[in-house]
Design a protein around this ligand. Structure first.
Ligand SMILES: [Zn+2]
Length: 280
């Protein structure tokens, strides 16, 4: 969720929505599997409440902190596998890579297979307490990301905090209560997570094995320990899978999860109880 270099870069680069003028990288060519690209039922229209199938188990693969090393690899793997995924991206990270904004554009334009969502502009510069105790500036930070990244829908994940705000549900720690309520009043949904595939703080490599994650996911479903029954949000980070050997672990996890015929991979805009998505 946070990196030390973020803090450094955040202090070096001002809060500006000015994309890198040298960025002339062509976005990755879209080749969404035909079964997804032509299935319009997978995209829900404005003001429509998505009705999940009660006989299914929904898994939301969410990847945080992009665009960064690993984003393109994760995107391409999910595209090849034909499954949906959501990317919570950080505005500041578009400035760290020459192809940063192109990666954001690629994810945004790949809906409904992929969803671009808001993970703030600065990622709090790694100083979460300071960030969340200044809700007015934190709010501006999220709005800046919304504008810079051209985030299509009103869906946010708080940096470094597992908070939730849906239409009739709130789960906010004391630290993030003020910003959560502010975003709620502005019509935003906040999506947390049920389980995390952790990464090593130094190498950014996955800590648990793919099988451990599969087993944990199945346990949460069976024991009804997800935030919403039959809906499981898994938090991961793009950078965990920048190496091909680690990307194979992600593929192994996907293969293991989809072995259950009841499992459906969805994007978080289909999560139960979302407010009307203003920017849809
Ligand atoms: Zn994060």
């Amino acid at each position: 969720m946070c990196t030390r270099f973020l803090l450094l870069v955040g202090s070096i680069i001002g809060l500006s929505c000015n994309p890198n003028p040298e960025n002339t990288t062509t976005p990755i060519k879209e080749e969404i599997p035909s079964n997804i690209a032509h299935d319009t039922s997978l995209s829900i229209s404005p003001q429509q409440v998505y009705q999940p199938d009660k006989n299914k188990l929904y898994i939301y693969l969410t990847f945080d902190d992009g665009p960064q090393h690993g984003t393109e690899a994760v995107f391409n793997l999910c595209k090849t596998e034909g499954i949906k995924a959501s990317f919570f991206m950080v505005g500041l990270h578009t400035k760290l890579r020459s192809d940063g904004m192109a990666l954001v554009d690629t994810v945004r334009s790949a809906y409904p297979q992929f969803l671009l969502a808001n993970h703030s502009f600065t990622h709090a510069n790694g100083k979460y307490k300071k960030f969340y105790t200044q809700p007015d500036s934190a709010y501006k930070d999220f709005m800046l990301a919304q504008t810079c990244l051209k985030v299509p829908y009103s869906i946010i994940r708080l940096p470094g905090n597992n908070g939730w705000v849906l239409s009739d549900t709130q789960h906010l720690s004391t630290l993030v209560r003020a910003i959560g309520k502010k975003l709620d009043s502005a019509g935003y949904n906040i999506i947390g997570w049920d389980m995390e595939w952790h990464f090593d703080k130094h190498s950014a490599k996955p800590v648990q094995s793919a099988q451990t994650i599969i087993t944990k996911a199945n346990e949460l479903f069976q024991e009804n320990k997800t935030f919403h029954a039959n809906h499981l949000v898994i938090l991961m980070h793009d950078r965990m899978f920048r190496d091909s050997a680690d990307l194979l672990k992600l593929k192994e996890m996907i293969t293991g999860l989809r072995a259950n015929p009841s499992v459906v991979f969805e994007t978080v805009d289909h999560y139960p109880g979302l407010k009307w998505l203003n920017n849809r």
